[in-house]
Design a binder for this molecule. Structure first.
Ligand SMILES: [Zn+2]
Length: 220
């Protein structure tokens, strides 16, 4: 049995939980106020790229891979920036081409150096998009510069929080303790907060809340 006995529940692969596949259609969430969010899966690691749009402007979350597909997903809207959750290679592979073709700035935490020039983002910053504002949280642990983004009850966690637990901390105790401190801050958000990670299905804060202490005591 081993570690599997400590697995906590995962959501079903349905549209309700933002199920996307690399060859499948873009998932469009029900509108939340002024904000429209779309999700697509790109690259060999099934990275999620999100388009956050309001008032004809859009921000991309993670220039991960397959730039043609990402650019097709934002046709007709003015992309004003790419904001990065962190700097692992599977999340940054399309950045150079997106910068070249869209002419947009890339915003990231300075503790996660990127393969392209960036402008700094950090705890408490905000990124305006149309009539909405994306709030920035520094949720280090998976990487030193991991960021999470919150807009209208929709939380984008990169590889910090997934259905079933925190992101990988490679067995390093200090990094695990740090990611759990970051999760403690995310779990101050209301239960109905939708969590959209950097890979795979969505979840909600309320759905995962019962398992936070299970994760903390199992150590992964
Ligand atoms: Zn990662």
């Amino acid at each position: 049995m081993g570690e599997e006995t400590n697995e906590t529940p995962h959501p079903p692969a349905t549209a309700e939980f933002g199920y996307v596949t690399r060859d499948g259609p873009i998932h469009r969430y029900p509108p939340a106020g002024e904000v429209r969010v779309a999700k697509l899966s790109v690259g060999e690691y099934d990275n999620n790229v999100y388009v956050v749009e309001s008032g004809g402007e859009a921000v991309l979350i993670d220039g991960a891979a397959e730039p043609d597909k990402i650019i097709a997903a934002v046709s007709g809207v003015h992309v004003k920036a790419i904001i990065q959750t962190h700097n692992h290679l599977d999340h940054t592979g399309a950045l150079q081409e997106l910068v070249d073709r869209l002419g947009v700035p890339v915003l990231a935490h300075p503790d996660d150096p990127m393969p392209v020039a960036t402008e700094d983002l950090g705890e408490g910053d905000s990124v305006p998009v149309g009539r909405a504002t994306i709030a920035v949280m520094h949720t280090q642990g998976h990487t030193p510069g991991s960021l999470s983004y919150l807009v209208n009850g929709h939380l984008f966690t990169g590889d910090t929080l997934f259905p079933g637990g925190p992101g990988n901390t490679s067995g390093e105790r200090a990094a695990f303790d740090q990611i759990m401190r970051s999760l403690d801050r995310l779990f101050e958000l209301p239960d109905e907060t939708r969590v959209s990670p950097g890979h795979g299905l969505d979840t909600t804060i309320g759905r995962e809340r019962p398992y936070v202490e299970v994760w903390r005591s199992r150590g992964w």
